[in-house]
Each structure stands twice: as structure tokens, then as C-alpha cells.
Design a protein around this ligand. Sequence first.
Ligand code: 5GP
Length: 202
Amino acid sequence: MREGIIFIVSGPSGSGKTTLTKRVTRVIDNLRFSVSYTTRRPRPGEIDGVDYRFISKEQFENMVQNGRFVEWATVHGNLYGTPTEELERAKSSGVDLILDIDVQGARSIKDRYGSGVYIFITPSSVGALKDRLVERKEGMADITKRLENARKEIEEIRLYDYIIINNSIDEAVENLASVIRAERCKRERIIESLKDGFWNDR
Ligand code: 5GP
């Protein structure tokens, strides 16, 4: 059995990456969404344990103290963290994992693990990004903050192996699924398991 692959997806707020990462898990088998911990409040429709694990600042700080996060960061004033156990479990069980995390988180995971497939999602222009944030009814101050953040995130684009331009959600889901399928076919990932079984008669 091969190790689970870690797919790290980042992109500016309003790029549609959360919708994309969730949708791709419905299209691709054997791929799990990594549920992060956060101190932000749930938005309408969000489910604890499905979208995030919503916890208090004290609980979060306790988890940091106990080394329960592979990485954590402050994003737009709230704390977010990726649980170590989620990554370890995926790696050892051979199930691929998809993480929706910010650029700081992606950098930490790259420094710490070295492996993983890094994918950046973006609309084709800052105008399109602004329209999405307005559509989502974010306040003006928040929109300015998120656009400023987007500028910083795009500066880090070299960290990523793939860029997916999200102008049409269906096409973007298909492109993300294609990246995952192609990564699964990489020689170095399957050569060992193929060698073991290839000369068996059946
Ligand atoms: P939102 O609050 O809109 O769901 O997410 C805000 C930002 O936090 C997004 O860019 C999202 O990718 C990022 N994020 C979500 N979970 C994590 C995490 O565990 N670690 C880090 N570093 N960022 C996260």
C-alpha cells in the first residue's frame, strides 16, 4: 500500500477554494477533507466536525501547548490549526487528504514535511475577487482586509506546484480532480507496489 498523498489547497478569500475542495471529495474516491480547528464562530449552515471543529481560544491554546497541531496560524484575526493526527492517519492508512489552509500554513507544512502537492486557487483578476466578496455580503472593512491579504498571498505563489484559475466552478473542480488523478499516477508513488505484484500470475 502506498502512503496517502497530502494535497494542500490555498488561495485568497473569495477564490472559491472551500467549495472546490469540498466538491472534489465527492468526485474522487479515497480522498478525505481535513477538518481544521478554529476559534472563529460558525457561519450559518456550517456544521461542527464537518466544516471545522469550533473551539474556544483557551481550548486552542491548550492544543498548541500539547503539540496537537502540525501547523497553526492567525488568519483574519482568528486562530486556525491542522491536527497532526489527521495527517498521520491519512499517511499511514493510504487515504489521500485535502487541506484548505492559508499560505502561512502551506509554508509550515512544506518546511516540516517537505512532501505534499501544493495547489493555488485564484480568480482571473482582483475585480472578480472583489465581486465575489461583495456577493458574499462581507462588510467594506472586511473586503479591504481580505483584498490586502490576497495581494500578500499571491506574492507567495511560487510555493505552489499548480495554479487553478477559478472562473467557472465546474471547470475548476474538473481541473483539480485532474491534478489529483495525475499525481496518483506518478511513477515514484506506484512503482514499489507495482513491483511487488507485477510478476504474480494473477
Ligand atoms: P474561513 O474563515 O473563511 O473559513 O477561512 C479563512 C482562511 O483560513 C482560509 O484562507 C482558509 O484556507 C484558512 N484556514 C482554514 N483552516 C486552516 C488551518 O488549519 N490552518 C491554516 N493555516 N489556515 C487555515
